[in-house]
Write a protein that binds this ligand. Sequence first.
Ligand SMILES: [Fe+2]
Length: 295
Amino acid sequence: MDDIAQKIVDAGEAGLWTGVERNLLSQLEQDPADKGSFHKLGLVYRQSGQLTKAAEIYARLSALDGEDGFADVLWKICSGNSGKDAREFGLIEPARFVVRRDFLSTDARDALLRLFEVKYPEMEELEVTLAHKNSDAEFKLDRSIRNQFGVYCKSDLEEIIQADVMKLFPAFCDALNVQPFLPGRHDLRLDYTPDGGFGKMHQDVGFGARLSYLYYFNRQPKKFRGGDLLFFDQNRDTGQPLPHQFTRICHEDNLLLVFPPQYYHQVTRVAALEPPLEAADSRLSVCGFIHPKEV
Ligand SMILES: [Fe+2]
């Protein structure tokens, strides 16, 4: 499948976003009520990961048109409150997520960096999950869809990160409109994404998790770019993603992202600033999957 979102990110970083932003701002100077230009500008800011600017644009759109539920929910999501109180209507549903910057203490983050060194020899190429309705997930290696490595190591990771995430578990469910559930199995995986690594658009479904999270960290100074997360808008009726419409969360050290697993997401290609990129200097992450308790 053609990777439309990666092409948009590549073109955007090569200057497309700056040019389009300039044209749209000038269009809005001439016609401050041009809703179409506002929507296009909001999308450019979301695609480029400028969420504060995107929030401003959607707030203005929402003030301009009180019936625009899409603008209302994106105003809330891009402002950081995940859209819980937003009115939900309209054909297109943006993905909801919660971002927590500077999430772990420096000691905990450093413990993860040390754990990576210990676990690195055990890390294997990650498989792709193929979810089918009414059946267990299947797994296979497909390097056209994913190029990442990791190891499940719950006993090592839980002391470092799980308690901090679970302290906020009720708040995350509430903010994301996830039906409250009694948490049970909690899978934890330590990953790295090498130079050129990526993860194409997918959902975290098929294995029963009700809440997904990603914790990003990296050794300093940072020696790569990319590895950002893209969350795709979807058709509210069919649940199908819109590959050119997404919100980008730029990679940052010590950042936690929590989201309902059904929202389509993607990892942009990692690029070393000065190859070769050692694994310990690459995009490191913890993936967490919270399942409901079995009764
Ligand atoms: Fe995922």
